[in-house]
Design a protein around this ligand. Structure first.
Ligand SMILES: [Zn+2]
Length: 139
């Protein structure tokens, strides 16, 4: 698509009142539609925080007071494990109660599972597709 085409689209957009091109057109994910997106967000931050803690512990464990930093390293591993388990089990389908992220990780192709787990719009087990954010049962 050339710049000329983009400019033409932008002119048409302005005259028809369509949303700007920069607005994301991604439909709300299953977790967002069922009101469970915060759980996934918290679990992923736990994994990242655990990873940083683990890396810091591993880096500093070589220096003096290695026992303390070894404890930090193990705490980071523990935080990561808790985050991964929470990520896998926290998003549930309101209809069939399957753990949606775990089901995706165990049934989808390895390269596509992470993206699918974040952006799928329907339950991979029963196909339930909540209409809008907050329409699903709160769990
Ligand atoms: Zn389901």
């Amino acid at each position: 698509m050339s710049l000329h085409d983009i400019a033409r689209q932008e002119r048409r957009r302005r005259t028809t009142g369509e949303p700007p091109l920069t607005v994301s057109t991604r439909p709300p994910s299953f977790a967002e539609r069922t009101g469970q997106a915060r759980r996934l967000w918290v679990a992923r931050w736990l994994v990242m925080f655990g990873g940083v803690t683990m890396t810091l512990g591993a880096y500093k464990a070589r220096a003096a007071s290695a026992d303390t930093w070894l404890f930090v390293l193990l705490a980071g591993v523990g935080i990561c494990v808790v985050g991964i388990i929470a990520q896998c089990l926290s998003i549930r389908c309101p209809r069939c109660h399957v753990a949606v992220v775990w089901h995706t990780y165990t049934h989808a192709k390895a390269g596509a599972a992470e993206k699918l787990a974040s952006f799928q719009v329907a339950c991979p087990n029963c196909g339930y597709e909540p209409a809008n954010a907050g329409d699903g049962e709160r769990m």
